[in-house]
Design a protein around this ligand. Structure first.
Ligand code: SF4
Ligand code: SF4
Length: 398
């Protein structure tokens, strides 16, 4: 068992013996945390976890309370990626001391991030490595559980990551015991498949929810085949998925914004994600205590209240004119990734702090649209892409 000074503490009595109700088991809901295992090791991970990317919107005192509340609720996975270093020290203070009654020999879980924002030269790669080492220092830790190569969404990003040695760096960290698992995050099915094909991946974070997964076919709404294949490949390889954007950046929680024409509850969104066998945890990127508590509601509600299928089956008509980022409209002659442009725009409007950065890193923006209109007849949802591109360019400034 590795220990380090800043730890995400786990209640051993629960973690050691409980992997949670089986899917579809019909067990009554309990307010205790459910745990799932990383297949490569059997390490148990809370089915709901904490993402700190938006915590800088709270005061330091509130951040400490949120972290303490999350740990007290049994969360043992914290994704430390954040747009500013601001709340890092407060996050550390939120769990400096083991909560009373908890066993300090419990597994600790600190996924510290190897930052990678691609389109990289060797210099930036070195800075990202230093960023990882700086995070270890900040948290008073000599090691981390997951070393995650964050945010690789395009093929040239992936190629640069290979060429500049970042994946090799992660392998060396694992061999040295500085990290236990190699992970990555991506919004791209293609890139995720490339990572999985290396055979090196233990864990990956992927944007997974009904709005991103479903497409309209002649047989009605279906999960897109490439996404279903990715989740199956992950399961086959024992690569665990941690989910980002499980509420679609808030879109699915709003009747007006949801492509399914009605709001889903947080519990319904979480259940959808957990119904994929490879998924081990939904990472709740909360801004405040209210959102933290809302994300944990899943644990307290009944199986009936987690059920989401009726919402999805009612959604076909409501999806008309709404972009679900499926990219059936490609190719765009100027190279715009229409799905990603729409997705980052929707996320930015819903307050996602990282969405503008993600948008900026795209190789083509909405402002590059020449209004040729080639994409529109290919969109099964009849999205007015040219109008959207103008709207997005005005909002994003490019
Ligand atoms: S515009 Fe239509 S086809 Fe293109 S990504 Fe959006 S929903 Fe899919
Ligand atoms: S209308 Fe714009 S987004 Fe659509 S294919 Fe043409 S250039 Fe690309």
């Amino acid at each position: 068992m590795r220990h380090s000074a800043l730890m995400i503490l786990t209640a051993c009595s629960t973690v050691g013996n409980e992997s949670g109700p089986a899917k579809g088991s019909g067990q009554s809901a309990v307010a205790e945390m459910i745990y799932r295992e990383i297949p490569h090791s059997g390490q148990k991970v809370s089915a709901i976890s904490l993402g700190v990317g938006s915590l800088h919107e709270s005061s330091d005192a509130e951040v400490e309370r949120i972290v303490d509340y999350a740990l007290g609720s049994g969360i043992n996975l914290v994704d430390m990626i954040m747009p500013t270093a601001g709340p890092a020290e407060a996050i550390g203070r939120g769990h400096e001391e083991p909560p009373q009654g908890r066993d300090c020999t419990a597994p600790y879980w600190v996924p510290i991030i190897i930052w990678l924002v691609s389109r990289i030269g060797r210099g930036i790669c070195r800075r990202r490595k230093k960023g990882f080492e700086e995070q270890l220092r900040l948290f008073g830790s000599g090691d981390s559980d997951i070393g995650m190569i964050h945010y690789v969404d395009q093929n040239d990003d992936y190629d640069a990551m290979l060429n500049n040695g970042l994946l090799d760096y992660a392998v060396k960290l694992k061999e040295a015991g500085t990290i236990r698992y190699i992970g990555f995050s991506s919004h791209s099915v293609e890139i995720s498949q490339r990572f999985l094909a290396t055979g090196l991946i233990d864990v990956f974070m992927f944007s997974l929810n009904p709005a991103y997964d479903f497409e309209n076919t002649s047989e009605g709404l279906r999960v897109a085949a490439d996404r279903a294949a990715l989740y199956a490949e992950a399961e086959k390889r024992g690569a665990a998925i941690t989910v980002m954007k499980c509420y679609g950046g808030g879109q699915l929680l709003s009747a007006t914004d949801s492509p399914f024409g009605q709001a889903m509850s947080t519990a319904q969104c979480v259940q959808y994600c957990l119904d994929w066998p490879a998924v081990i945890s939904c990472v709740a990127g909360v801004k405040n205590m209210k959102e933290m508590q809302s994300s944990l509601e899943y644990l307290a509600v009944s199986p009936t209240d987690r059920e989401y299928r009726a919402v999805l089956s009612s959604g076909a008509a409501a999806m008309e004119g709404v972009c679900i980022y499926c990219n059936h409209c490609l190719p765009c002659p100027v190279g715009i990734n229409i799905g990603d442009v729409n997705k980052y725009y929707d996320l930015a409007k819903n307050g996602d702090a990282l969405a503008r950065d993600h948008y900026s890193s795209l190789s083509r923006w909405a402002s590059d649209c020449n209004e040729c209109g080639e994409c529109e007849p290919r969109c099964p949802f009849h999205v007015k892409v040219r109008d959207r591109m103008k709207e997005i360019a005005a909002y994003m400034g490019k």
